[in-house]
Ligand binder design. Structure first.
Ligand SMILES: *Cc1c(COP(=O)(O)O)cnc(C)c1O
Length: 457
C-alpha cells in the first residue's frame, strides 16, 4: 500500500473555529502582524511549535488516573525512573518541570565563569543558560549543516575535526561537551551513531563528561535505523539505548519526544554531580521524587516514552515532514533539505526576493500564511536573531530568513497537512503582491514574542 495512515484513531475531538480570509485580515491588523499575539482560537492550524502541543494517548490518560501524589517516594516516580533508565541506562534520574530547568540545574552545578561548552548547535535556551553562567557556548556542527538545500543524511553531526582541535586547545576549560539530537536549531537534523560515539571518545580522552540534549531522541534513533548501516534490524529502543551508552548524562524536554504537555528531566551517572543537582532541585523545583511535576505527570511521561519508540508512530511522524517537504519543493518553494523530524523550514528570502531583510521576509510569510490559510508558523530570521548597530541603530540582518512550521505530535491528520500545503502554494502564487513589514514597537529583549509591526507603504 502506498497510503500511510495515521497509526491512531480519534477518541476525543477539539473543534477548530473556522474564520474567513476577511476576518483574518482584521485579526492580523489587531495582532500587529505578530502571530504570537493572535489568540489560539483564531488559528486554524497551529504550527507554532511541537513543544508541549502533542495529544496524549488513551493509555497516557489512563496512567494519569493512577498518579500517586505522595510528596516523597511516590509510585509514579518509580515508574517514571524505570522508564527513563530503560532507555538511557543512566544511574540518576531527576525530574524537572521542563527542559530548560534541567539545563539551568546542570550548568549551575557544573559550569563556571570562563568555561567553554562545545555542542553541535546549542538550542536557544541551552545557549542562554550557558551564557547566564558566564561560560561560552561553542557551536561545531559540520559545514554541510549550514547549507539549507544541501542533502546530507546526518546534517546534525558534530564536526569531529574541529572538536578535536578545539579540545586540544581548550580542554582545561571544558567542563562538559554536548550534542543535540536531533539538531533543533539546524532544522531538526539527525546525528549519526558513529558521530555520537566519536564525540564521546574525543571528550573522554580528556575525561570530559558527555551530555546529550535528548529532546528528540526517538526521531533521531529512527533516522539512524533508516539511514545508517548496521541498524536496519535493530529495534528503535536498541538504537536509542546504544546512543545513550556513549554518554554520561542527558537533559530532556519531555514536551517533545516524551509526548506530554509539560515535563522534563536531567539524568547522569556521576554521584557527586547528581547530589549537587538534587540539592539545587530542592531549592527551585521541588523534592527529587517530583521535581516540580505532579505524580500523574510522571506517569503520563513514563507511558509517553514507551509510545514514542513505536515504529508505526515514528514512520508516520518522519513521513509527515518529508511529505510536506516534497510537495513544497515540487512547487518551486525552497526549504531546508532534507526535512528533519519535527518541522519544515521555508526559506523566506527565496520566497520573497523583492522584500529585503530589513523588511522581514520571514515575518511577512508568517502573516501571509495566516491570512491565506489561518496557519501559524514562526519566523526564524532577522526578527528573532537580528541585531542593531549600537551606534547607528541600523538593523544587522540574520544569516537566514526562515519560517518554521513545527508539527504537534499526533494532532493533525493528512487532510490538515494537505490544506496547509495548498495554502502555502497559493500564498506562493501571490508572492509578488506581498509587502514588507516594519517594526513599530519592540521590547529590549526577545523581541519576536511581542514586537508590533505594520505594513511598509
Ligand atoms: C525545547 C528544547 C529545549 C528546552 O526545553 P523546554 O522544555 O522548552 O524548556 C532544549 N533543547 C532543545 C533541543 C529543545 O528543542
Amino acid at each position: 500500500m502506498k497510503t500511510l495512515i495515521e497509526p491512531f484513531k480519534i477518541k476525543m475531538v477539539e473543534s477548530i473555529r473556522q474564520t474567513t480570509e476577511k476576518e483574518r485580515i482584521e485579526i492580523l491588523k489587531e495582532a500587529d502582524y505578530n502571530p504570537f499575539r493572535i489568540k489560539a482560537e483564531d488559528i486554524l492550524i497551529d504550527f507554532l511549535t511541537d513543544s508541549g502541543t502533542g495529544a496524549m494517548s488513551d493509555r497516557q490518560w489512563a496512567a494519569m488516573m493512577t498518579g500517586d501524589e505522595a510528596y516523597a517516594g511516590s509510585k509514579s516516580f518509580f515508574r517514571f525512573e524505570k522508564a527513563v533508565k530503560n532507555i538511557t541506562g543512566f544511574k540518576h534520574i531527576i525530574p524537572t518541570h521542563q527542559g530548560r530547568a534541567a539545563e539551568r540545574i546542570l550548568f549551575s552545578v557544573a559550569v563556571k565563569e570562563g568555561d567553554k561548552i562545545p555542542n553541535n548547535t546549542h538550542f536557544d535556551t541551552t545557549r542562554a543558560n550557558v551564557e547566564f553562567n558566564k561560560a561560552e557556548a561553542v557551536d561545531l556542527v559540520i559545514p554541510e549543516g549550514k547549507i539549507p538545500t544541501l542533502e546530507h543524511p546526518f546534517k546534525g553531526n558534530m564536526d569531529l575535526k574541529r572538536l578535536a582541535e578545539f579540545l586540544e586547545k581548550n580542554h582545561e576549560k571544558v567542563p562538559m561537551g554536548m550534542t543535540t539530537i536531533t539538531n533543533n536549531s539546524g532544522g531538526g537534523q539527525p546525528v549519526s551513531m558513529e558521530n555520537i560515539r566519536e564525540t564521546g571518545k574525543l571528550l573522554h580522552k580528556y575525561d570530559i563528561p558527555f551530555f546529550i540534549d535528548a529532546c528528540r531522541f526517538a526521531e533521531n534513533a529512527y533516522f539512524i535505523k533508516l539511514r545508517e548501516d548496521g541498524y536496519q534490524d535493530k529495534s528503535v529502543l536498541e538504537v536509542a539505548q546504544e546512543m545513550f551508552s556513549y554518554a554520561d548524562g542527558c537533559t530532556m524536554s519531555a514536551k517533545k519526544d516524551a509526548m506530554v504537555n509539560i515535563g522534563g528531566f536531567l539524568a547522569m551517572n556521576d554521584e557527586t554531580l547528581a547530589m549537587n543537582s538534587r540539592n539545587l532541585l530542592i531549592l527551585t523545583e521541588g523534592f527529587p521524587s517530583y521535581g516540580g511535576l505532579a505524580g500523574r505527570d510522571l506517569d503520563a511521561l513514563a507511558v509517553g516514552l514507551e509510545e514514542v519508540l513505536h515504529e508505526d508512530y515514528l514512520k508516520y511522524r518522519l513521513r509527515t515532514a518529508a511529505y510536506m517537504g516534497e510537495r513544497l519543493t515540487a512547487s518551486g518553494i525552497d526549504i531546508i533539505r532534507p526535512t528533519g523530524g519535527h518541522a519544515v523550514y521555508i526559506d523566506a528570502k527565496a520566497f520573497y526576493p523583492h522584500i529585503p531583510a530589513s523588511q522581514f521576509p520571514g515575518q511577512v510569510l508568517c502573516a501571509e500564511l495566516y491570512r491565506k490559510g489561518g496557519i501559524r508558523g514562526v519566523e526564524i530570521g532577522s526578527v528573532m536573531f537580528g541585531r542593531k548597530n549600537s551606534d547607528t541603530g541600523e538593523e544587522i540582518p540574520a544569516e537566514m530568513e526562515l519560517v518554521r512550521l513545527a508539527f504537534p505530535r499526533r494532532v493533525y491528520t493528512q487532510s490538515h497537512f494537505d490544506f496547509a500545503i495548498e495554502a502555502i502554494i497559493e500564498t506562493y502564487g501571490e508572492r509578488d503582491k506581498a509587502k514588507g513589514l516594519k517594526i513599530t514597537w519592540e521590547p529590549p529583549f526577545l523581541r519576536h514574542f511581542t514586537a508590533k509591526f505594520d505594513l511598509v507603504d
